[in-house]
Design a binder for this molecule. Sequence first.
Ligand code: AMP
Length: 115
Amino acid sequence: MPTVFDKIISGELPATIVHRDARVTAFLDIKPAAPVHILIVPNKAIATVNDIADADAALIGHMIIVARDLARQQKIAEDGYRLIINCNAHGGQEVYHLHLHLLGGRPLGPMVTRT
Ligand code: AMP
């Protein structure tokens, strides 16, 4: 079953795309949690971090390089930002196509709520 992100990558669903290359697509999160909230998504379908192969190491590194460049473009690099990958139920993953959240534009508070 294609995920919503497969459909964005193929152009079947609209999104505000801010970067696209042979390996990744980056677009604005539809429900932003911060003034800057971009999702960096590999073009090939990898469901979760658990499904990353050793051979994907360069692709995963590229996702972070793209996040770094987008942070500079969005002018949040100096103030700082957060990169998040959620995995499976306890991680809060909603879309089962690997994605890196780039969040910034305001102080983001603690990483997780302490219970
Ligand atoms: P996660 O909980 O890490 O799986 O995050 C999924 C993210 O995808 C959430 O922040 C959603 O707001 C976002 N999202 C879901 N559908 C879309 C969409 N059609 N376009 C952009 N972002 C989306």
